[in-house]
Design a protein around this ligand. Structure first.
Ligand SMILES: [Cu+2]
Length: 146
């Protein structure tokens, strides 16, 4: 009986450690909340867009309405092309893709490459629309500012 007691204690400790690891892993994955959006308090908002298989992943983001200026009012875009064809990132204020958002543009990048840009977040609730200029009908997405 003494032996089984000694074996149970390490097992319990392991269970606790594994339990904490699972909780930490679950909390660390915020991707479901904002569709890949991350926010640092007082800093710029940020989105990570991946281009793959002629699609953007994610293709929908939810961000907060901007504060009008400064770092906190801007959005950092990180773009990563994980496909083999060239892809780009352009952001527009309209669904018809006529008015570009200044600063947001990321030039065409080859597969395995990427880019980054920064734009000023709108200060009122609005939707912005992005697309790949090389595959404009296939690769589209949306950023909702709420
Ligand atoms: Cu493309």
């Amino acid at each position: 009986m003494k032996h089984s007691r000694l074996l149970i204690l390490p097992f319990l400790l392991m269970s606790v450690v594994v339990g904490f690891a699972l909780i930490a892993a679950a909390c660390g994955d915020d991707d479901d909340d904002g569709g890949g959006a991350t926010t640092v308090p007082g800093g710029p908002q940020a989105i990570k867009v991946v281009a793959k298989d002629f699609k953007f992943d994610p293709d929908e983001f939810k961000l907060k309405v901007g504060t009008g200026g400064g770092a906190a009012g801007s959005v950092n875009v990180t773009f990563s092309n994980q496909g083999s064809a060239q892809h780009s990132f352009s952001l527009y204020t309209d669904e018809g893709f006529k008015n570009k958002v200044p600063g947001a543009e990321i030039a065409p990048a080859a597969g395995g490459a990427g880019g980054a840009s920064v734009f000023v977040a709108p200060t009122t609730k609005t939707d912005l629309y992005f697309r790949c200029e090389i595959h404009p009908t296939q690769m589209k997405g949306e950023i909702a500012f709420e």
